[in-house]
Design a protein around this ligand. Structure first.
Ligand SMILES: CC/C=C\C/C=C\C/C=C\C/C=C\CCC(=O)SCCNC(=O)CCNC(=O)[C@H](O)C(C)(C)COP(=O)(O)OP(=O)(O)OC[C@H]1O[C@@H](n2cnc3c(N)ncnc32)[C@H](O)[C@@H]1OP(=O)(O)O
Ligand SMILES: Cc1cc2nc3c(=O)[nH]c(=O)nc-3n(C[C@H](O)[C@H](O)[C@H](O)COP(=O)(O)OP(=O)(O)OC[C@H]3O[C@@H](n4cnc5c(N)ncnc54)[C@H](O)[C@@H]3O)c2cc1C
Length: 615
């Protein structure tokens, strides 16, 4: 018999003024896509061995990892078996695009995540046709497990500063991989420590003593039978982190480790047998995997934010606290306008990020198709936009997930709420795949160039066109959408122009262009933030805003129900569909090993002798 649903949630669902299923279908891309997603989730989540008897927060660091590997194997097989052979690739992609299925199994991400999220995309984007055929067959069947090893102990942002060398030996037609210093050790790659046995290594290629830039190499570092590290390879785990503690991030050092010539991924640049180097049409094509993952991250943020606000809004409909009016009883905390202010922006932002992710994915697919035909014209714009949207969506999601947590009071601080873990996952994305400040400065680099082109009368790309509109500075704000967008354009234009003026002032004062850039970089980052709509400006339409909060209030639970996250994916005592918050908090608390006995052994060992002055 299913548990009784909380009365307040029942009332909320009766008050909802729109068809929740219709919104779910819209978010999935149609009723069939919703059906496909639900069918996939039903199949996979009915698999035995996917869930933890003991909550993983009570396991040791080592036990957490071993348990995650156990589940990863079960989960991956279940996903493969659940694939509907009659579905097209696109239908399969749609079914997983919005699904956070893996989150039902891994609260802190999977030890296989880098294999799927970067190792395979790196092969697809950097290998030539022959290499792709061979390695994709092995990687897609999980005969090998890979990761993406670019970051080093000493360098993450500055790729051109990476110290790992790959020196070509024409006599043996091999590359010699070497970590000349401790700071050259690869440091951070997920799965690297104990899970993967191959990786795509980004290393500085040298031929006859000449630098040929950073190139990608596919490198085996563990024996496929014994899993022992190969000769010349030093491996280990980098230690406990804020989150990602089951991703097995590791370090790897090379000591004159030799690999055959065909292990350099040669789609863009090639090394012939005699050591002739054939340059890539654009050295930045080597950075292509990162552009792809930045695009994926935007969609990931939309889904994770939706999960966090679902938990917080449902909890806010169940939790009653304080007194809004004398003798009127304790109201739902969702009736406090401050609570609505904290949470409803999260619902809206998740939808905005979903639409943005769809738009960016289409742009990525078009530019990638152009690249295949040798047309690189739109690569710089894709890079600038992907940098900006990855940085803005991860920053905003981190802020809004943390706000969802704190809006749930003490219970939001419980690991059983799952909000701290969701925060740990999303805040990592502010750093990985390009630290956000660095990426915003990449976008600023494009904005400054675009404004200079606009000022010399050149046509701009669609996403930069606002820099060529001579928007009057006397523009009057109005509350229409068109008025708001015009206002944003005016502010965005002004921010770029001000940063440019600042740089020119520094150059006139005698600074070189690099120092002028650095001195203006705070303004440059701010200018990039306005390339995509940010929340700060909406505050200036405060009266419209508070009116909107009131309109959303009766539909808030319906709006989060429409995200259609099943309880196993929310994995939260506060966010379950039935709203039985207090019973779930107690059920989870009783799973703590400390509750197995009324008196812990520390009393007899330490407390009692201490309190009796015998210690
Ligand atoms: C909750 C989770 C939800 C979703 C998660 C989903 C997926 C996550 C899966 C995995 C995530 C886990 C782990 C993450 C893995 C990693 O972190 S991999 C390592 C990532 N590292 C980086 O991103 C490094 C960032 N640094 C850089 O990209 C570069 O160093 C730089 C761009 C900052 C600077 O490079 P430089 O060579 O110095 O270039 P520059 O001088 O600044 O610019 C030269 C010109 O090149 C252009 N350019 C730079 N990068 C690119 C690019 N990628 N593509 C195209 N063009 C590029 C630049 O615009 C300049 O052009 P100009 O015309 O202006 O000269
Ligand atoms: C959870 C997690 C998983 C990861 N997984 C992987 C992985 O699988 N594979 C992999 O290769 N890497 C991985 N990374 C590494 C990640 O890509 C790097 O941490 C990231 O690129 C930032 O580099 P860094 O850590 O060296 O920081 P740094 O580059 O040293 O940055 C530190 C600070 O310096 C500032 N700074 C640096 N350069 C500039 C500049 N030009 N202008 C202004 N400010 C600047 C930054 O803004 C930042 O505030 C992972 C990281 C995390 C946190």
């Amino acid at each position: 018999m299913s548990a009784k649903v909380n009365d307040d949630l029942l009332t909320e669902r009766r008050k909802c003024e729109f068809n929740v299923e219709e919104l779910t279908n819209y978010l999935d891309g149609g009723a069939q896509a919703t059906q496909n997603r639900r069918k996939l989730e039903d199949k996979v989540l009915s698999t035995k061995g996917l869930f933890d008897e003991v909550p993983e927060e009570y396991l040791s660091h080592k036990e957490k990892y071993e348990n995650a590997v156990r589940k990863a194997v079960v989960y991956y097989k279940a996903m493969k078996e659940a694939e509907d052979p009659n579905q097209t690739e696109q239908e399969r992609a749609n079914a997983t695009y919005r699904s956070l299925l893996h989150a039902a199994v891994f609260k802190d991400n999977s030890p296989f995540s880098l294999h799927l999220a970067m190792f395979i995309p790196a092969i697809l984007g950097q290998a030539d046709e022959e290499q792709k055929k061979y390695w994709m067959k092995r990687a897609s069947k999980m005969e090998i497990i890979g990761t993406y090893a670019q970051t080093e102990l000493g360098h993450g942002t500055f790729i051109r500063g990476l110290e790992t060398t790959a020196t070509y030996d024409p006599k043996t037609e091999e590359f010699v991989l070497h970590s000349p210093t401790l700071t050259a050790y690869k440091w951070w790659p997920g799965s690297l420590a104990h899970t993967a046995n191959y990786c795509v290594v980004m290393a500085h290629l040298y031929i006859n003593g000449k630098s040929c830039g950073i190139q990608p190499f596919i490198v085996q570092f563990r024996d496929e039978e014994t899993h022992q590290p190969l000769p010349g390879i030093k491996l280990g785990e980098i230690g406990a982190k804020l989150g990602f503690n089951t991703v097995n991030n590791g370090f790897l050092g090379f000591d004159q480790h030799r690999i055959p010539r065909n292990r350099m991924l040669m789609k863009n640049a090639q090394v012939l047998k005699d050591g002739t180097f054939k340059r890539s049409p654009n050295s930045k094509l080597t950075y292509g995997t990162m552009v792809y993952v930045r695009v994926v991250i935007v969609n990931g943020m939309a889904n994770q934010l939706a999960r966090a606000v679902t938990i917080a809004v449902r909890y806010s409909a169940v939790r009653r606290q304080s007194e809004l009016k004398p003798d009127a009883g304790e109201p739902q905390i969702l009736d406090y306008v401050t609570q609505q202010h904290k949470l409803f922006i999260g619902i809206a932002s998740s939808h905005a990020f979903t639409l943005t992710a769809k738009w960016l994915t289409r742009m990525y697919q078009k530019v990638t198709a152009d690249l295949e035909k040798g047309n690189l014209d739109e690569l710089p714009e894709l890079h600038a936009i992907a940098c900006c949207l990855k940085a803005v969506t991860t920053t905003d999601t981190s802020v809004l997930v943390e706000r969802s947590r704190t809006s749930c009071g003490g219970h939001g601080y419980m690991l059983s709420s799952n909000l701290p873990q969701i925060y740990g996952l999303v805040t990592a994305a502010c750093t990985y795949e390009g630290e956000n400040t660095v990426l915003m400065l990449q976008t600023a680099r494009s904005l400054v160039k675009a404004l200079e082109q606009a000022q010399s009368g050149k046509r701009l790309s669609p996403t930069m066109s606002y820099l060529s509109e001579k928007v009057s500075s006397r523009l009057k704000w109005d509350n229409s959408i068109d008025g708001i967008v015009k206002g944003f354009r005016r502010v965005a234009y002004g921010k770029v122009e001000s940063a440019m003026r600042s740089m020119r002032k520094y150059v006139r004062s005698g600074l070189g262009p690099e120092d002028a850039w650095n001195m203006s970089s705070v303004q440059l980052v701010a200018a990039s933030e306005y390339t995509s709509i940010s929340e700060a400006d909406i505050r200036q339409l405060q009266d419209t805003y508070e009116d909107l909060l009131g309109k959303i209030r009766p539909n808030a639970v319906g709006l989060v129900d429409a995200f259609d996250f099943r309880d196993q994916i929310l994995n939260s005592t506060l966010g379950a569909y039935d709203g039985r918050v207090y019973e779930r908090l107690m059920e989870e608390a009783l799973k703590s090993p400390l509750n197995a006995e009324p008196v812990n052994q520390s009393f007899h060992k330490y407390l009692k002798p201490f309190m009796q002055g015998k210690l």
